[in-house]
Design a protein around this ligand. Structure first.
Ligand code: FAD
Length: 374
C-alpha cells in the first residue's frame, strides 16, 4: 500500500489528506501543534471565538465555495465592506478605493486632477509604479505607500516587484458600492467552531500525530526524522517552507509574520454593521483590526477585537519579490518526483484558503484521485 506522509495539519495538509483519502492509501499526517487547522483553527478568548486574522473565505470560483460548503456549511456575507482609516484626512474610506469616496476627501480637487492625467498601468514593474499609475500620487500615498511598507517592513514599495497586480482586480472602483464585491463570494463557516469540523472530517482516515515535528529531512530518499528515528514513505506532501526540505541549499527565504493582540471591549459591537475588519494605512503599529463576532455571529454583551502587528516572530507571508520568488522556485524545481510542496509556506506564495483548496484538488487529479467521489 502506498505510504504517504503529510507534513503540517493546516488547511493545506488537512485538505490534501481529505482528497487523498479517496485513493485508499496509508496517509500519515504530522503536526507540530497540539491541534489541527494551523492558522484557520478557531480559539476562544473570554468565550469569544476567533482565528488569527480574519480567515474569511473569499473566492471568485463557485466550485471551490461549493466544495467547502459541502463539508462546512458556509454563510455568505454579501454586504461585507472593507474600510481603511486615513489619519491625515481624517476619515474611513472603502478599499479597494472607490471613486465616490474621493469627493469626500479634503484634497478631492487635487486627486481628481491626478486621476484625469493617468495613462494606465501598462509597463508598471513594481507595486509603487502600479499604484501611482492606477490612482495617482495622492491616493497612493494615503492608502498604499505606508501600509505596504509597514506590512513588509521595507523602505520602498519599488522592492515589491512580483505580485498579481491589484489583488482584488481593480485599483479604483466605480459604480455602486455593492457591485464592487459581487464578483467575489465572501463567506464564513456557520458554526461557532469555524472550520474546525472540516479538519477532523478531512483527516478521519489518516493516521494523525499531533505535537509531532519533522526534525530532519532526507528528501532524496523520501525519509524524515521524527522523534530521533528515520521513517521512509512513497510520497511526501509538505506544507512547510521548501527551504527546510532541502536544508537551505539555495539560501534563505525571507518571511514576514504577525503578532496578534486580543482586546475585549465592553460594548456589544464596535464596528458599523457591514464592517468586519478595518485596515490602518498610517504610522500605527498594526495593519488590521478584526471584530470577530461579526464573522461568527457570536452573541455577547462584549466584543473581541484582534489587532495584527507585522513581526518577524513567525513565517506567515512570503515576500512578493522576484529575487525571493526565484530562490523559492529553485527549491521547488529541485523536489524529487514524489515530493510535493503545497500551502502558503510550501508554495512560498501569498495564497488564500480558496487557492489552497484548488491546489489540493489539482494535486488529487495529478495523483489519480477520482474527484467526483469527494
Ligand atoms: C494573518 C492571516 C490572515 C489571513 N486571512 C485570510 C482570509 O481572511 N481569507 C483567506 O482566504 N486567507 C487568509 N489567509 C491565508 C490563509 O489562511 C492561509 O493561506 C492558509 O490558511 C494557509 O494554510 P496552510 O495549511 O498552508 O498553512 P498553516 O495554516 O500555517 O498550516 C501549516 C501547519 O504546518 C505545521 N507545521 C509546520 N512545520 C511543521 C513541521 N516541520 N512538522 C510538523 N508540522 C509542521 C504548522 O504547525 C501549521 O499548523 C490569512 C493568512 C494570515 C497569515
Amino acid at each position: 500500500m502506498t505510504r504517504v506522509l503529510i507534513i503540517g495539519g493546516g488547511m493545506a495538509g488537512c485538505c490534501a489528506a481529505h482528497v487523498l483519502s479517496e485513493n485508499d492509501w496509508k496517509v500519515t499526517l504530522v503536526e507540530t501543534a497540539p491541534f489541527l487547522g494551523g492558522g484557520c483553527k478557531t480559539f476562544l478568548h473570554g468565550g469569544h471565538p476567533y482565528t488569527y486574522g480574519p480567515r474569511h473565505f473569499l473566492t471568485r470560483d463557485e466550485r471551490l465555495f461549493e466544495f467547502l460548503n459541502r463539508y462546512v456549511p458556509m454563510r455568505r456575507i454579501p454586504d461585507h465592506e472593507f474600510l481603511t482609516y486615513i489619519e491625515r484626512d481624517p476619515g474611513f474610506y472603502h478599499f479597494p478605493i472607490h471613486r465616490d469616496d474621493v469627493d469626500l476627501m479634503p484634497d478631492a480637487q487635487q486627486i481628481t486632477q491626478e486621476l484625469a492625467g493617468l495613462d494606465g498601468v501598462e509597463g508598471a514593474s513594481n507595486l509603487e509604479e502600479y499604484w501611482m499609475r492606477s490612482v495617482g500620487p495622492t491616493l497612493y500615498s494615503k492608502f498604499i505607500d505606508g501600509y505596504s511598507r509597514k506590512m513588509w517592513r521595507i523602505p520602498s514599495n519599488t522592492e515589491i516587484d512580483d505580485f498579481g497586480f491589484s489583488p482584488k482586480g481593480v485599483a479604483l472602483k466605480t459604480g455602486t458600492e455593492k457591485a464592487a464585491w459581487t464578483e467575489a463570494i465572501s463567506a464564513f463557516p456557520v458554526k461557532i467552531n469555524g472550520y474546525d469540523d472540516y479538519f477532523d472530517l478531512a483527516t478521519r482516515q489518516a493516521d494523525v500525530h499531533l505535537r509531532t515535528k519533522v526534525e530532519a529531512y532526507d528528501i532524496e530518499r523520501l525519509r524524515v526524522k521524527i522523534d530521533g528515528e528515520w521513517h521512509a514513505y512513497d510520497l511526501i506532501i509538505s506544507t512547510t517552507s521548501p527551504e527546510l526540505l532541502m536544508n537551505g541549499a539555495f539560501g534563505p527565504l525571507r518571511w514576514m509574520g504577525r503578532d496578534f493582540l486580543k482586546i475585549v471591549l465592553p460594548v456589544e459591537e464596535a464596528f458599523p454593521p457591514h464592517v468586519y475588519f478595518l485596515y490602518y494605512a498610517n504610522a500605527e503599529p498594526f495593519t488590521r483590526i478584526v471584530e470577530y463576532k461579526k464573522f461568527y455571529q457570536y452573541k455577547a454583551p462584549t466584543t473581541l477585537l484582534g489587532l495584527e502587528i507585522p513581526s518577524s516572530s513567525n513565517q506567515l507571508y512570503p515576500y512578493p519579490v522576484k529575487k525571493d520568488q526565484a530562490i523559492a522556485q529553485q527549491y521547488l524545481d529541485a523536489l524529487p518526483k514524489n515530493v510535493f510542496s503545497i500551502g502558503r509556506a510550501g508554495s512560498y506564495r501569498y495564497i488564500d484558503v480558496d487557492d489552497i483548496i484548488a491546489q489540493c484538488l489539482d494535486l488529487g487529479t495529478k495523483l489519480g484521485v477520482d474527484l467526483s467521489r469527494l
